[in-house]
Design a protein around this ligand. Sequence first.
Ligand SMILES: Cc1cc2nc3c(=O)[nH]c(=O)nc-3n(C[C@H](O)[C@H](O)[C@H](O)COP(=O)(O)OP(=O)(O)OC[C@H]3O[C@@H](n4cnc5c(N)ncnc54)[C@H](O)[C@@H]3O)c2cc1C
Length: 466
Amino acid sequence: MDSLPPPAAFLPTAPYDPHHDPLRDPHPGQGRAYAPSYWVATAGPPPADDGPLAGETDTDVAVIGSGFTGLACALFLARDHGITATVLEANTVAWGCSTRNGGQGQNASGRLSRAQWIARWGQETALALHAEILEGFELFTDLTRELDCEPQPGGHLYIAHRRRNLEKLRADSDLANRIFGYGTRILPREEVWRDFVHDAEAVGALHEPLGMGVQPAKLAFGYLRAARGAGARIHPGSPVLEIREEAECFLLRTPGGLLRARAVAIATGGYTGQKLHPRLRSRIMPILSNNMVTRPLTDSEIAATGFRTRQVITDTRTLRYYYRLLPDNRLQIGSRAAITGADAANPAHRAVLDDGLARKFPALAGIAADHSWWGWVDVSHDMMPRIVQPEAGRNLFYAMGYGGNGVSYSAQAGRRLAALAAGRPLPQRLPIFQGELPRHPFAPFRRLGQRALYRLYHRRDEAPDA
Ligand SMILES: Cc1cc2nc3c(=O)[nH]c(=O)nc-3n(C[C@H](O)[C@H](O)[C@H](O)COP(=O)(O)OP(=O)(O)OC[C@H]3O[C@@H](n4cnc5c(N)ncnc54)[C@H](O)[C@@H]3O)c2cc1C
């Protein structure tokens, strides 16, 4: 008897499109190659998948999008609920944010601070939210042990780039410790330079005990293996072109197939097209972020930059820099980028990273970057994510809006999304499990607003201390 060929990974059928723009394109393409990230270049060959959807198929739960959220949802549908899900991905598996991010797992979700949670919802709800996000960080930590993804544990260093920002960090640290029992520490500049890193801009820092760097493409590939191992089917090269609702089910149309599902879980993050589903139109503000990875630093460069930590690091700019030293001594750094996909490759945006690196580490001015790329972050209009069933009685669910803090929390969000799709209520009534992502009131003009805000933030971020 002939043996079956070994299962293989999907081979892209279209080149990477550097100009993709979720506010312009109806979907992220079909069968496109990965963005040229350092992570994909060094993760090894992608694991086997189930190839593009072909013909008519039935499934219990259809998951749209194969980033961390979609894959975690499929994994936990199988592990916790015995449900075999079918994941539809437009391009290669985990093609969106999940293979492009900075790999900074933080004890966070959304962009609001703990003080802002209290101001918005009161202390009791803020404490419950803290517990939820902490549980998510613990789940993420367990998964980094299970899935091969080069974890860099130890915490998160939040560097004040101006004295006025250090004052704010002091207040944040006091609140985190007093109300949430979180064990953060404020470090004077001398300690930052002596024990962590010689970032020339640092005037001090907040250190939080939880934080973990990962190799995100390896993590995504680990999720893919685990989800398929648990029984899920993962179909790359299968953009969902239409979601139609019938009396008892949903029909999802892709270029090559039709999937009939009892429930639909949407996990398309910053790559959510405006036409994917009317409920999601104008609810996410996709924001570009640039990343680069240098060549490996020499011993003398490591001495000059004073790196004594591999922990994840961010600074206090609103348009923040995030960086860390990777296991092979390359430096990864990311920050803001273009506003539109059409302008994404403009060298002026990459220069923001070069400038930041040179200011923080003069010894690295002009260092070659071996890899650079960008991706669309899913920012919500109230700066917090939602994991919700928007309409009672309709088996349609979504999880998105982490605002650049989804590497760790997407594990928990995927598990919560799986529970919703399995028909289980979520354990507590939190704001992120209720209502819907708010719509932008002036959606067609939001990029004009973004341009103005970027100018304001830049002026504010770079202003010297009084
Ligand atoms: C440059 C960058 C840096 C970041 N850095 C960090 C960081 O350091 N720390 C952190 O916590 N977070 C960071 N993030 C955010 C983080 O990557 C995400 O929150 C996380 O990966 C979860 O993503 P996701 O699974 O929700 O969505 P994604 O990984 O974006 O997956 C969504 C998928 O849906 C697919 N899709 C969209 N429409 C369709 C359709 N119609 N049919 C089929 N498939 C579709 C897309 O192709 C895509 O693959 C960063 C993001 C970017 C872009």
